[in-house]
Design a binder for this molecule. Sequence first.
Ligand SMILES: Cc1ncc(COP(=O)(O)O)c(C=O)c1O
Length: 371
Amino acid sequence: MEPRILQKRSGCRGVVNGKEIVIFSSNDYLGLSCHPEVIRAASKAAGDYGIGTGGAPGTTGTTDLHQELSKAIAAFKSRDKAVLFPSGYQANIAIHHALASPDTVFHLDKRHHPSAVDGARLGVGSKLNKFDHINLENLEKSLKFNSGKSNIVSLPSVFTVDADIAPLDRIAELKNRYEFILILDEAHATGCVGRTGCGLEEFFNLHGIADFIMGSFSKALGSQGGFVAYNNMSESRLKSGFRQLSYSTSLSTISVAAALKALQIFQNDAGIYSSLKKAKSMIIHQCHRRNIKITTHESMILLVPCDNLIEAIEKLLYDGFFVVPAKAYLNGQKQDCLRITPMSLHTESDINTFVNLMSKHVIQDRNQRKI
Ligand SMILES: Cc1ncc(COP(=O)(O)O)c(C=O)c1O
């Protein structure tokens, strides 16, 4: 499917084909990309530092703002330090690559993000084992088989496509029994999961269980860029420096300033996160009222199985609602779905109209009933 071209966007509203639409599939969950204070901070950074940083972090590409953001995100994730990258993709590649040695066996969930897979494949001589989705018996077998090796388990806190979360409590039990390094990818958990939005460790009350936390500023924090956060103690596990950092121009100061301001707003205004949770509950509630099947995982990603995916997406767009498709694993089977993400900016009326339109346009359980 060709991407829709946005001619304008502010939060959950935008213009496609000259027509105003409401977006129900953005990763900008908290609408912080268009928060006036975030825009002001980014504009000021452009004035103070220019657009590009003009160098890698080790040369001329580190500003006081980079240092401030790195300290702020490390503190948010309760770690001693954090390293910033131009994207979450690059951060994932870098941490997997830097931990790899010929003795390393990476254990990745089959549904992990491609950036982690690509990173794990870069290690010269290291092995990659992909275990079945959230099948910890499968993982345990492989850990047993590879005992004595340098084992690394890598999982996303929230699965981007399938919307479910990693069972960190059961992974913690495995960590008690087997020696391994744990990398958690918090791209869709930062600002979206846990009592205060700190992520999966907070959700399970397992603070500090991950040896390395990777994350992105481009989802709930509404900016751009990625990070790897860890404690000084974990530093010795790194087999090399971050090549992807040393040989690439640093994250733009505009993105840094925006992410920093977004994080400050998020931490000081609990109302933004509550509005997001409320929007999610409203969508689920309205779907249930209309008999629409929808997933209810702890993440902010909602999946609506759909038998007439392309047709439904076209019709929804025609009626002013922008949603994207996903091929997700539901109950062990691949299924066409609408991938819906609530935003703190969605109003009750946006949600009611959207769900009403879904009940008109989406076919579930073809041959049985139109919902
Ligand atoms: C689980 C996960 N990890 C990493 C990334 C990459 O992050 P970024 O978009 O900042 O490059 C994504 C983005 O889609 C993601 O969903």
